[in-house]
Design a protein around this ligand. Structure first.
Ligand code: F6P
Length: 327
């Protein structure tokens, strides 16, 4: 039986992530291959509410696989959180005869898609696009690998100064509710300590680690702090430690949005390409209200409810390993 899906719209939502463009390209090219009409919604749900919907042709996505950010722009929409906003969004999609949407974003994006599906029965597939890697149903999210590589490159540079001046650096990386970026950056940059929201850590424990390092003639130290750490950001933790431990001169660096942009790594381009392709193929097979991901190298679809409400576990055993390696 022929698929009832003829016109698909794709959009990006929430924080931009490197590899989103590669995903858009894969969606457009796969849809075109299947003779579907494909539309781009600019500015995420905000653009859906306002009807910023335009036809995308295969050449519109040429020369973007290597570009960071998102050619479709993105937003965190307040209007779509209201029933009136969602009604308007639905009317815009109906006016353009759109049969299904592919939403690229994080947990908030999936939540919006689920609500919309529940209210209007509108078919959606989600693709995990966030540097935070905090989405259940996929081993990695699009953008995470690039963000970690960027953060590690930054820490490598800071290491030179920390070493030259015998300093203690507190380096804050992104990850609002999750420590994936901090953990992977910490391991990859050989940090002495890694502070994550998922693992309770007191200032006294950190001071103890630093004192032990100093006893072993460790001349400088790097502490990676996830921005969502309950003790506060890197500055708050540096201030708390300063009162108890003055062996090293301490400095704070917040990497911030530097780690959100930039050309995607090979891993992110390949992940995004596979998932963009899988999303269109999935819609044609009748899959909807689910998020595509890759688990153990294989494409897997996870219902939005599950993807939203389950927490992807952080490998805290890696934290123990990092502590040993950072001695
Ligand atoms: O969710 C991605 C992310 O980069 C988080 O790590 C960070 O806390 C947040 O977005 C920052 O959002 P904004 O760019 O809107 O300030």
């Amino acid at each position: 039986m022929a698929s009832p899906i003829k016109r698909i719209a794709v959009f990006t939502s929430g924080g931009d992530a490197p590899g989103m463009n590669a995903a858009i390209r894969a969606v457009v090219r796969t849809a075109t291959f299947h003779d579907l009409h494909i539309y781009g919604i600019s500015q995420g749900y905000e653009g859906m509410v306002n009807g910023y919907i335009e036809r995308l042709e295969t050449r519109d996505v040429a020369n973007i696989i290597h570009r960071g950010g998102t050619i479709l722009k993105t937003a965190r929409s307040e209007a779509f959180k209201t029933p009136e906003g969602r009604k308007q969004a639905y009317e815009q999609l109906v006016a353009q005869d759109i049969d299904a949407c592919i939403a690229i974003g994080g947990n908030g994006t999936y939540t919006g898609a689920l609500t919309f599906y529940q209210e209007y029965g509108f078919p959606f597939i989600g693709l995990p696009g966030t540097i935070d890697n905090d989405l259940y149903g996929t081993d990695y999210t699009i953008g995470f690998d690039t963000a970690v590589n960027t953060a590690i490159e930054a820490v490598d540079r800071i290491r030179d100064t920390a070493d030259s001046h015998n300093r203690l650096f507190f380096i804050e990386v992104m990850g609002r509710h999750s420590g994936f970026i901090a953990l992977y950056t910490g391991i990859g940059s050989g940090a002495g300590s890694i502070l994550l929201p998922e693992k309770e850590h007191t200032v006294q424990e950190l001071v103890k680690v630093l004192k032990n390092g100093a006893k072993r003639k460790k001349m400088f130290s790097l502490v990676i702090v996830a921005e969502g750490h309950p003790l506060g950001g890197a500055q708050a933790i540096a201030d708390a430690v300063k009162n108890e431990f003055d062996y090293y001169e301490s400095k704070v660096t917040i990497i911030g949005h530097l780690q959100r942009g930039g050309s995607p790594t090979a891993a992110d381009r390949i992940l995004a390409s596979r998932l963009g392709h899988a999303a269109v193929e999935g819609l044609l097979k009748g899959i909807h209200n689910q998020a595509a991901g890759i688990v153990n190298q294989e494409v897997r679809f996870t219902p939005f409810e599950e993807a939203i409400h389950n927490v992807k576990p952080l490998e805290t055993d890696l934290l123990e390993m990092a502590e040993i390696l950072g001695l």
